[in-house]
Design a protein around this ligand. Structure first.
Ligand code: SAM
Length: 221
């Protein structure tokens, strides 16, 4: 996949994919968007209720969501983070990222350690109480299992660009992979996406979106 580095409005970098005319994050702020959609809307409410959290991320990309999650989850909570990615970044792309400038806890060492972990479908402990499993696969081909996750970060490319990842078959298998009361967060607020999520059984809320965007979606099993 051909990717170009792109500076977003909060000073953090993202990538642009010319063949899809898509960015990895909002051009109005990559860190701001990840923090708003995944950490604040998804992770924080669960930190108040659970002592162990299993997270599934669709589209690991730069690793920003995992890095922010690791930075924010306290030591008192055990996190198991499973990340699915079809097109991992190359080493030279990873070295261009500057998240420590906007969020100092994401040091360049943390960023490179995270990316250096093998894509072997096994959990690796990054620090006490935070383990990461990276799976290099197409989501469509991966067996997600049942009743495993408390939180899903659904960060695929937009539904217009990648409709196959936003269809009912995928949402049904994600629903089955989640525990009761688990949360699913995504930056997209498209009506069709919301309806499909409802059709497979989720209760869906529209929340204020990130970086001035009107809405995002949070769904509960
Ligand atoms: C919107 S970007 C999200 C990036 C990421 N969450 C981040 O913070 O950098 C979408 C990601 O989904 C990945 N992807 C695209 N098609 C995929 C597929 N079929 N299965 C799994 N991942 C896919 C892309 O390579 C890209 O990394």
């Amino acid at each position: 996949m051909n990717r170009q580095l792109c500076l977003t409005k909060d000073g953090s970098f993202t990538f642009y994919v010319p063949e899809l005319n898509e960015h990895y994050h909002s051009v109005n702020g990559a860190v701001e968007e990840s923090m708003h959609v995944y950490v604040n809307a998804g992770l924080r409410p669960l930190l108040e209720k659970l002592t162990s959290i299993d997270i599934l991320e669709v589209g690991f990309g730069t690793g920003l969501n995992a890095l922010l999650t690791e930075a924010i989850a306290p030591d008192s909570i055990e996190v198991f983070y499973t990340a699915i990615e079809a097109y991992p970044l190359q080493d030279e792309e990873i070295s261009m990222l500057n998240y420590d400038k906007i969020y100092p806890a994401i040091s360049p060492e943390k960023l490179s350690n995270l990316h250096r972990l093998p894509w072997d479908d096994c959990f690796h402990r990054i620090r006490l109480h935070f383990s990461l499993k990276k799976v290099k696969t197409f989501l469509e081909d991966y067996c997600l299992g049942e009743n495993l996750y408390d939180l899903v970060y659904f960060d695929a490319f937009a539904p217009d660009v990648q409709p196959e990842l936003w269809d009912k078959r995928i949402f049904r298998s994600i629903y089955q992979s989640m525990r009761k009361e688990a949360l699913f967060c995504t930056y997209s607020a498209k009506g069709e996406v919301r309806r499909r999520l409802q059709e497979v059984g989720f209760t869906v809320e529209r929340l204020a979106g990130a970086c001035g965007k009107r809405e995002m979606l949070r769904a509960r099993k």
